[in-house]
Write a protein that binds this ligand. Structure first.
Ligand code: PLP
Length: 396
């Protein structure tokens, strides 16, 4: 007998997996160059050269026992110090290395943070549209997800609905900016309004309500968009970070949790993070990549290719008649399905023109499709006639 809950989770089909399998079949049938696969958020720019150079030098110069040994559970001190230095620069105040717990990417950071905070019966607010795995992590931690809808095409949360969720008694809210799937960046104004609501309710309850800031895309921003340092706006914030997108290392599994000193009883919260990491078996992030991080934490992604793709796709699709969320960050474009058409129907219709898009229902909103533009510019250019045919189908 196995856990019914885990069995159901393991057997449930992921929409993206389905689309990806459909894509594989079509590539075999009609050739890869004729399939426009916008389904997966895998970075299309290579990791910075310094990352590869550092890894090669480490492999050549450090003895392999040292390089591949277990590290302390929260990570090597020099890697934590390097991450903390970057966070201090963003914060404008000192973030000690002791605030950083290295993890296997943002997925682990989120699972650990939730496990650290949640008590049985707690509620966690999710701002739609949201990364679908949030629900899995929230429920696995023993909490219930409360979904807050977006206000409008800006994809900022509906603040009246957010207030209702907060007043229903939440333990934390997960914010993700820049956002997967919409590319929206939460403005300082939105975050300040959310902070006012959270502060008022925390005072009323006499206990902290936390923000969990999931920030794997924070360096991927365009046209000068700024991603505010959330703990400066709302001190009870735990940051979940990842190098999957910023250094194009999704398969290497490296990220961290930061519990900054401004968090109420930050020492206790950090200890709970260590306990949650221990209970989940998420100790000691990959050691070779920790050594790399100690030297390369100041590396930044080259986002020129994403910026070009974004301008090309957003320009062409809006000109063709599609309504889109203007993405200030990440590498996703959220396209509105024509009136009366569901996201799933829209994505099914797009398949007729070999366009592989992800319907928005799994992101907690209806009536959109996500286009992951982390592909070659050539793919985007060649896909534009297909988007035009899709628009014609709906007489846009
Ligand atoms: N959070 C968001 C919003 C994401 O889009 C992703 C991955 O796509 C993750 C978390 C998980 O990232 P990681 O590869 O660091 O586990």
């Amino acid at each position: 007998m196995v856990s019914e809950k885990m069995l159901a989770l393991g057997e449930s089909r992921s929409v993206i997996r389905d689309i990806s399998e459909f894509g594989d079949a079509r590539r075999q049938e009609i050739g890869a160059e004729n399939v426009f696969d916008f389904s997966i958020g895998n970075p299309s720019v290579p990791a910075p050269e310094r990352v590869g150079e550092t890894l090669r030098r480490l492999l050549d110069s450090v003895d392999s026992i040292t390089l591949h040994s277990y590290t302390p559970a929260p990570g090597l001190m020099k890697a934590r110090m390097a991450a903390a230095r970057q966070e201090s620069l963003r914060a404008g105040f000192d973030i000690p290395a002791g605030s950083i717990y290295l993890t296997c990417g943002a997925a682990a950071s989120l699972a650990i943070s939730l496990r650290a905070l949640v008590c049985p019966g707690d509620k966690i607010a999710l701002l739609a549209p949201y990364f679908p795995e949030y629900k899995v992590f929230v429920e696995n931690a023993g909490a219930e997800a409360v979904v807050v809808p977006p206000a409008d095409l800006s994809m900022q949360p509906d603040l009246a609905e957010f207030k209702k969720a907060v007043e229903s008694g939440i333990k934390a809210v997960i914010v993700n900016s820049p956002n997967n799937p919409s590319g929206a960046v939460l403005s300082a104004e939105t975050l300040e309004a959310m902070a006012d609501i959270l502060r008022a309710e925390s005072v009323k309850k006499g206990e902290s309500i936390y923000v969990i800031a999931d920030e794997p895309y924070r360096e991927l921003v365009y046209d000068g968009a700024e991603v505010p340092f959330v703990p400066s706006i709302y001190p009870d914030t735990i940051v979940c970070y990842s190098y999957s997108k910023s250094l194009s290392l999704p398969g290497e599994r490296l990220g961290y949790i930061m519990v900054p000193p401004c968090v109420n009883e930050s020492g206790k919260v950090f200890a709970a993070v260590c306990g949650a990491g221990r209970s989940l078996g998420y100790l000691c992030a990959p050691s070779l990549f920790q050594y790399m991080l100690a030297e390369c934490a100041d590396e930044r992604p080259d986002i020129a290719a994403y910026a070009k793709n974004r301008a090309l796709l957003y320009g062409a699709l809006t000109e063709t008649g599609f309504e889109c969320v203007k993405p200030d960050g990440a590498f996703y474009l959220f396209v509105k399905a024509p009136a009366g058409v569901s996201g799933a129907e829209f994505c099914e219709a797009a398949k007729r023109f070999e366009l592989l898009l992800v319907p928005s229902d799994s992101f907690g909103v209806e009536g959109y499709a996500r286009v992951a533009y982390c592909v070659s510019e050539d793919t985007i250019r060649r896909s534009l006639p297909a988007f035009k045919k899709l628009a014609e189908l709906y007489s846009l």
